[in-house]
Design a protein around this ligand. Sequence first.
Ligand code: OOG
Ligand code: MG
Length: 262
Amino acid sequence: MALNATTINELALHLDSAERQAHAVHKITDDFPEMDWADAYAIQDAIRELQRQRGVRIAGLKMGLTSSAKMRQMGVVEPIHGFITDYGAVADGGEIDTGTLIHPKVEAEIAFVTNRPLRGPGCHIGEVLAATEFVLPAVEIIDSRYEDFRFDLKSVIADNTSSARYVLGGRTLRPQGLDLRNLGVVMARNGRVVATASAAAVLGHPAQSVAMLANMLGARDRDIPAGTLILTGGVTEAIAVEVGDNINVRFQHLGSVSMRFV
Ligand code: OOG
Ligand code: MG
């Protein structure tokens, strides 16, 4: 680690208050170029601790930048992970108050819920599918706390991977017998299709994203506990939204998820 504990905590407070005030800040590597990967995840962990202390419940985990569309859009080449919260949950068909966000974007994702612990290294798709209680369709609303949504990997890891809100919907299905790789996804904004993809866009198979999460956590001596909800990452590039927008995403076999921005 290149940063000391005081700086880690100050940066966590800085990003947490940027989120709470819906106010964009400079990316933190501008001021702390020496920051390393361990620092980046330590800042994210410190934000999680701050939130826990004020009563926020951690609702699950997320992977980000798992599709080449997203990597290309953000100019990075490696997946990252973060957490999602109880206050981030929005009901299917619900409203999202843009006044509480900086510059939201929506992403269509496949979510997994596990029924036994997963631990890397060496976690693979087979193990993930055997440990999956069900999959369900999701839309993640990301909201980078950085100006113009511009960041590098270390800054975005520290900023809890732009995590903000998420909507779970459609129906839950067991992965057995479901062709998750070829599952089609169509995103519409105000009735017009703005993005399409197959779930294979995420690392060839969305279960690979969960395996990679287990392996990334395993490298830090952690696991994915049984019963964890995991967002596996956007299958298409993220789409910016504005007040008045209606978003509807149809997932083959899994139904649809929708929300309105007010
Ligand atoms: C980082 C978060 C990316 C995804 O699904 O790829 C992410 C960002 O693009 O702001 O959640
Ligand atoms: Mg996402």
